[in-house]
Design a protein. Structure first.
Length: 383
């Protein structure tokens, strides 16, 4: 991860300085950001650079073709999406089973998981806007290789990024202050709080687990994931703002979500939005029934689970959340509006949602033995 490497942090700070020094040049964001994104990957890893140069070029050809072709549009659209999904699956499977090879690069795999979602969003844009949606190669490459969000998001929308890229670089004192504060907050979370919380978690895991210890580990791990990922998002948002781009927020007060449906709109929000936008869009011509919405909820959450990793644990995690959200849809309980209900009821629903989340959050460890040990500990009373 780039943000835990001092050289990477200094490089991004240097890029911010260069952008500020050349702010009178109208094209500084487009040209200089391209040089920075490509140069950064080249210096970080030769094979990472080579892979993404080829991957971006191939997908740009698909993007341009979809913008221009008047025939076989739907077929080409589906084919290009399937090709990218197939590449991710193949890359993951080969890299996992081939230690030390070109494919066995964790950063490449992690980056690909996020970037393929961006590529599919660009294909959607090309499909629905045609020639009007075409952009130049350097802008497309900037979108795919944008360093602040390269490995772990937040997931950028093609349309929003292109709109920001066309704007001249203007970062006033208020935006500069905002960006620096977010970076400092994110680094404090990642370097200080996460390390401390991880040490506590490992110390408790070494003990014989009883009910109270397993409950503690599940809650602690939930908070640890939040601090870790929100810290990364803080840094990405901060650097994005300093570079002249508005990075979407990934966490929107998830602990005060009164339903699981609302929780996933507030927790890793850009990922949940992406799956909703790119699956529900095919059913937007007609208002889907509750039954169809419930089925789509299970499908979306299952895909989100598998997106985190190809394992039975993540499959179970996705289905678990999908079934609960489906039940909320069938019962018409997907949303609780705070001002329309009493405070006790609202906070009760928030607490219930957090209990449902905590009950399965430990699955994200993706370690069968440790996960089962924690769950078994729930039934091991300390007397």
């Amino acid at each position: 991860m780039f943000y835990l490497n001092m050289n990477a942090l200094l490089a991004m700070c240097g890029m911010v300085f260069v952008l500020m020094a050349t702010r009178k040049w109208p094209q500084n964001k487009r040209i200089l950001m391209l040089l920075f994104n490509v140069g950064f990957l080249f210096l970080w890893s030769g094979k990472l650079f080579t892979f993404y140069l080829i991957y971006s070029a191939v997908n740009y050809v698909m993007f341009v073709y979809l913008c221009r072709t008047p025939v076989w549009r739907k077929f080409s659209f589906a084919l290009f999406i399937l090709a990218n999904i197939g590449a991710v699956v193949l890359f993951h499977m080969l890299g996992k089973n081939t230690e030390g090879s070109f494919l066995a690069d964790g950063l490449m795999t992690l980056g690909l998981l996020f970037n393929v979602l961006k590529i599919i969003d660009a294909l959607y844009f090309a499909y629905f806007f045609g020639k009007e949606g075409q952009v130049k190669l350097l802008d497309y490459v900037n979108y795919i290789l944008f360093v602040p969000t390269f490995t772990s998001g937040p997931i950028l929308k093609f349309r929003d990024f292109m709109a920001d890229l066309k704007k001249p670089y203007r970062v006033d004192s208020a935006e500069f202050q905002f960006g620096v504060k977010r970076i400092i907050l994110g680094l404090f979370k990642k370097v200080v709080v996460v390390v401390w919380m991880t040490d506590i978690f490992n110390i408790v895991m070494k003990q014989e687990l009883h009910t109270h210890q397993s409950i503690f580990l599940m809650i602690w791990f939930y908070l640890l994931i939040y601090v870790d990922f929100s810290g990364y998002s803080d840094i990405a948002v901060g650097f994005g703002r300093l570079m002249g781009f508005t990075i979407p927020e990934n966490f929107k007060k998830p602990f005060t979500s009164p339903t699981l449906t609302q929780f996933w709109r507030n927790w890793h929000a850009t990922l949940g939005d992406w799956f909703r936008d790119h699956i529900f869009i095919f059913f937007s011509r007609k208002t889907p029934s509750k039954l169809m919405t419930a089925g789509l909820s299970i499908l979306i959450m299952t895909l989100m689970g598998l997106w985190h990793g190809f394992s039975w644990l993540f499959l179970i995690y996705g289905v678990y959340h999908g079934v609960i959200i489906a039940i909320e849809n069938l019962l018409g309980k997907t949303t609780v509006i705070r001002r329309k209900v009493s405070k006790p009821y609202f906070y009760f629903r928030c607490l219930l949602t957090q209990v449902l989340v905590v009950a399965a959050i430990i699955i994200n460890m993706n370690d069968y033995d440790r996960v089962m040990r924690i769950y078994k500990g729930l039934f091991h009373l300390p007397f």
